[in-house]
Design a protein around this ligand. Structure first.
Ligand code: PMP
Length: 353
């Protein structure tokens, strides 16, 4: 605690991002990045944007990108918000829609940033424990009660499990006066998106990102889809922070990426195929895992501690994440890399278990 810090700064427990080693020799399966490069069209657009007009401020309305997102997802531009990565969109959404006087509901376990934002905005989380199979107990989110809103990822992180759309509809209908935020960071790897529900539910906000299925984690672009009322709420918060938000490179790269549907399909299908193959191989090595609909596996070994496996893999040049706490007992989270990277992971694992 520093005497210069405000009580708020002193009270925070900031999020600790996954390790980004400088040493490029690691096979990096620890932060759910896409192993394939972004669309070549996005790279061209970013290079062209860097050549032209970088001395000028970007368009504060992000109009061209919003138009492209609207076209891509079949919504009106007024139902779309864009931000600097979905983490920023999430931060704005917490500020815009959750009332500090009431608890905000989210699953436990889930994306650990939610707790950090709750702290930052002085919200009280009401954590809803998963069942023994890591399922979200949907009934806890549909039984009314005096709460201030709901947020959950679908698929959930780090469990990789998907909720069917019918469960999201049940949550929306049970909470017509509260905002339900569905964080779809991983939806393109085999889930059914709730974006199609946006026209019917004014209380639904869906958040997506270009970081995972579009291979643009370094560009920092995220979206929200919702009723005009909700998008206006996000704009109020955004314009109270930083009226430019996205830089010129991000605006141009994001548009070109969204236009390259064929490349997007090809690379996401490759990730899914590799995931299914690796899921079978780790099962053959004795691991148990959830059924993943994301670009990572959530697995545990019945007799070897996750931390030990993590350390042994690390020695062999393969970086994964491990969880070994009261909240998440003895699990590994392994991002899906290229086929070659996953072959190396399996080979290293064989020598480990
Ligand atoms: N939501 C979830 C569930 C995530 O796992 C992540 C990535 N760690 C994000 C949001 C944030 O992604 P980004 O800010 O790169 O869009």
């Amino acid at each position: 605690m520093s005497k210069f810090w405000s009580p708020l700064a002193g009270s925070l427990e900031p999020y600790v991002p996954g390790e980004q080693p400088k040493d490029k020799t690691y096979i990096k399966l620890n932060t759910n990045e896409n192993p394939y490069p972004p669309s070549p069209k996005a790279l061209e657009a970013i290079a062209a944007a860097a050549d032209a007009d970088l001395r000028l401020y970007p368009d504060p309305t992000c109009d061209a990108l919003i138009q492209e997102v609207a076209r891509c997802y079949g919504l009106s531009p007024k139902q779309i918000f864009v931000g600097n990565g979905s983490d920023e969109v999430l931060a704005f959404a917490f500020a815009a829609f959750f009332d500090p006087a009431k608890p905000v509901l989210f699953p436990d376990i889930t994306y650990s940033f939610y707790k950090v934002y709750a702290q930052l905005y002085r919200l009280t989380p009401r954590l809803i424990p998963l069942d023994d199979e890591f399922n979200i107990p949907v009934g806890e989110f549909t039984s009314g009660g005096d709460h201030g809103g709901i947020i959950l990822p679908n698929p959930n992180a780090p469990t990789a499990k998907l909720l069917p759309l019918a469960d999201i509809v049940a949550m929306l209908e049970a909470n017509p006066d509260r905002v339900v935020i569905i964080d779809e960071a991983y939806i393109d790897f085999g889930g059914e998106s709730a974006v199609k529900l946006v026209p019917d539910y004014p209380n639904l906000l869906v958040i997506q990102t270009l970081s995972k299925s579009r291979s643009l984690a370094g560009l920092r672009v995220g979206f929200a889809f919702g009723s005009e009322e909700l998008i206006e709420g996000l704009d109020r918060i955004k314009n109270s922070f930083n009226s430019y938000t996205l830089d010129r490179l991000a605006l141009h790269g994001a548009v070109a990426s969204l236009q390259d549907e064929a490349y997007f399909r090809e690379t996401t299908e490759k990730v899914i195929r590799t995931r299914e193959r690796v899921a079978r191989q780790v099962a053959e090595l004795g691991f148990r895992g959830t059924e993943s609909r994301a670009n990572f596996l959530f697995i545990s070994h019945p007799s070897i501690a996750a931390k030990d496996i993590f350390l042994r893999l690390r020695e062999k040049g393969v970086l994964v994440r491990y969880f070994a706490s009261k909240r998440i007992d003895n699990h590994l989270r392994v991002s899906i890399g290229t086929d070659e990277e996953m072959d190396a992971f399996i080979a290293a694992l064989r020598e480990t278990v």
